[in-house]
Ligand binder design. Structure first.
Ligand SMILES: [Zn+2]
Length: 317
């Protein structure tokens, strides 16, 4: 069929940058664009229209997919709440975009989009009951069962990042305290380092001053750990212990055969995977009397969301 040779566009819209990729039927990116994310709803729509227009001038585009970092309704028609994007209050984003573009549009949650990309073209190929667990600025997760994304009744499942693991603990951007993502995300590496440094440990560390003056980023701490810096390594150990507890919760609740670790932090998994696995084994219920989920690393990196949502949009051709 002619329609299947057409390309689709996948958007990944973050709070700072928006990226778009033209994806072919084999999941390969043949062209891409990126820009700053506008901070108003009209600007967002206009940005998508302009980027699709630019890509359409070069490629035969049949449908558009948009990965959104926020809550959608289970039918993926409206954006209920996206903390870093201007769409909200049940705006019918999918319908509005279709009208503006004159093309079929598929909306999807960003973690679900990346999970779908890994399922079709990456580490999740041929897996049956598995969880995609993305560790980046925050934590996003998707449960996939027999080729279907599990959404829950209201479209928000599963929100492992905001499970309370320390009552009264670190403040979270969601308004709660002590959420898992405040202990086991890329940004939490900074908090782990601050907690250790303010106890007066590792004063001769290369990142000590930047940490206590709160200038260090998660990337700085990870880089320090990679260089063997003692404060960096201690922060990473705290992070990976918490990550393992998080993975144990995932296994206890959902019992997946595999957990695919994605997100920006997973690119440094060689530094913490063993430690996180040990922590998972120490915290899982029935350890020693049950099979453990296999922990795999994602393969598509930061392109997973665009490839996944472009592939989902292909169903509209
Ligand atoms: Zn939270």
């Amino acid at each position: 069929m002619v329609a299947h040779s057409r390309m689709t566009v996948g958007f990944d819209i973050g709070g700072t940058n928006a990226r778009a990729a033209v994806v072919d039927r084999d999941g390969a990116i043949v062209d891409s664009l990126s820009t700053r994310t506008p901070h108003d709803a009209e600007g967002l729509t206009q940005m998508i229209v302009e980027m699709v227009g630019e890509l359409r001038a070069q490629h035969d585009i049949g449908a558009v997919g948009v990965a959104v970092a926020g809550f959608l309704d289970p039918a993926c028609e409206v954006v209920r709440f996206a903390p870093h994007l201007a769409w909200r209050d049940d705006q019918p984003v999918r319908r509005d975009l279709e009208a503006a573009l004159g093309l079929p549009v598929r909306l999807e949650h960003d973690a679900n989009s990346a999970a779908w990309g890994e399922y079709r073209y990456g580490a999740g190929r041929d897996l049956d009951t598995w969880v995609f667990f993305a560790v980046g600025t925050g934590i996003g997760a998707t449960l996939m069962h027999r080729g279907e994304i599990y959404r829950g009744a209201f479209g928000t499942a599963p929100e492992f990042g905001h499970i309370t693991v320390v009552p009264g603990g670190r403040a979270c951007s969601c308004g709660k305290q002590g959420c898992l993502e405040r202990y086991a995300s890329g940004t939490s590496l900074v908090d782990c380092a601050i907690d250790i440094a303010t106890k007066g440990s590792f004063k001769d560390s290369g990142v000590y001053r930047a940490v206590v003056e709160k200038r260090a980023s998660g990337h700085d701490i990870m880089a320090a750990a990679r260089d063997g810096d003692q404060l960096g390594l201690a922060a990473l150990e705290s992070f990976s212990t918490w990550l393992g507890r998080g993975l144990a919760i995932v296994a206890d609740v959902l019992d997946p055969a595999q957990i695919v670790l994605g997100g920006g932090v997973s690119e440094d998994a060689d530094l913490f995977l063993l430690s996180a696995q040990r922590s998972m084994e120490a915290n899982i219920v029935g350890a020693g009397y049950r099979p453990l989920p296999e922990i795999l690393c994602a393969e598509l990196g930061s392109r997973a969301g665009m490839i996944g949502v472009a592939d989902l949009a292909r169903e509209l051709l």
